[in-house]
Ligand binder design. Structure first.
Ligand code: SF4
Ligand code: SF4
Ligand code: SF4
Length: 251
């Protein structure tokens, strides 16, 4: 019998983009399979197991009562539970439905006249740790494949993986990009957690903090930048709030 950790992947409400990042590891998937025994992963295999898991990777947010029951069952059977992708970490994009609209409006918008049907019921979006204990978070929308591989390697060696704790601006400046604020574009790089290689500003798009914020975001520095470029907090909350991060750093 293999002594490699038994690993399973599960998805809840999401676009499945994070599991696609794993499924698309290409030749690196071999490296992954050298480290772990894959026992359940709907996107890439048909098998499942009734045994326990060493590591369960959870993608997606929790949006209905039946999700909670399923998630608690996975938690009970898992030694280590990892929330991967921002939907699982804190609700991600799905959490927008909690902010701007009533649940009835959300349901009617998506399901129209069928929205009353019981199997379409939904409640305000929750991150995984609002239902069960989470041992490790892998942020991002989607996750960064290299970071995922590094973290799995470290886990399989019994280490506790760490996330970068400096802002995206650091990676952006190392790439010698011209700051988007100088081009009249609002960017959340000063607050956002690095680790993605500042991929968005490097390609001309603002950082929307899809990886959440650093542990102690420097709000004063952000406010100084906003003052310098004549933006207000309210303006930014209206224009760049996809992942619930804004200069007040309320998630
Ligand atoms: S975090 Fe983003 S890419 Fe990943 S499942 Fe959610 S919406 Fe899709
Ligand atoms: S473009 Fe964004 S990430 Fe890059 S330096 Fe400016 S604020 Fe920071
Ligand atoms: S630059 Fe910002 S929005 Fe883009 S991937 Fe990195 S953290 Fe996410």
């Amino acid at each position: 019998m293999s002594d490699k950790p038994k690993v399973a992947f599960f998805d809840f409400a999401c676009c499945e983009g994070c599991q696609l990042q794993v499924a698309n590891l290409e030749e690196d998937i071999i490296k992954l399979l050298d480290l772990v025994d894959l026992v359940e992963f709907r996107e890439v295999m048909t098998g499942s197991t009734s045994e326990t898991y060493d590591i369960a990777f959870i993608e997606g947010s929790i949006t209905r009562k039946s999700d909670e029951k399923r998630l608690k069952d996975i938690r009970e059977r898992s030694k280590l539970l990892v929330a991967y992708g921002q939907c699982a970490v804190n609700g991600g994009i799905n959490r927008l439905k909690n902010i701007w609209h009533s649940m009835d409006d959300v349901k009617k918008c998506v399901y129209g006249d069928d929205s009353y049907m019981p199997h379409l019921d939904t409640y305000p979006t929750k991150g995984v740790d609002e239902v069960v204990k989470v041992d490790l978070y892998i942020p991002g929308c989607p996750i960064n494949r290299d970071e995922f591989l590094r973290m799995v390697k470290e886990l399989s060696l019994g280490k506790i993986p760490r996330l970068p704790n400096h802002p995206v601006c650091v990676e952006c400046k190392l790439k010698e990009n011209i700051c988007l604020f100088d081009k009249g574009v609002i960017c959340l790089g000063p607050l956002a957690r690095a680790g993605c290689g500042a991929i968005c500003p490097s390609n001309g798009s603002p950082c929307e903090a899809c990886r959440g914020t650093v542990d102690n975001p420097n709000k004063n520095a952000m406010h100084e930048i906003l003052d310098k470029y004549n933006y207000t907090v309210e303006e930014i909350k209206r224009t760049i709030n996809l992942f619930g991060v804004n200069p007040e750093v309320k998630k």
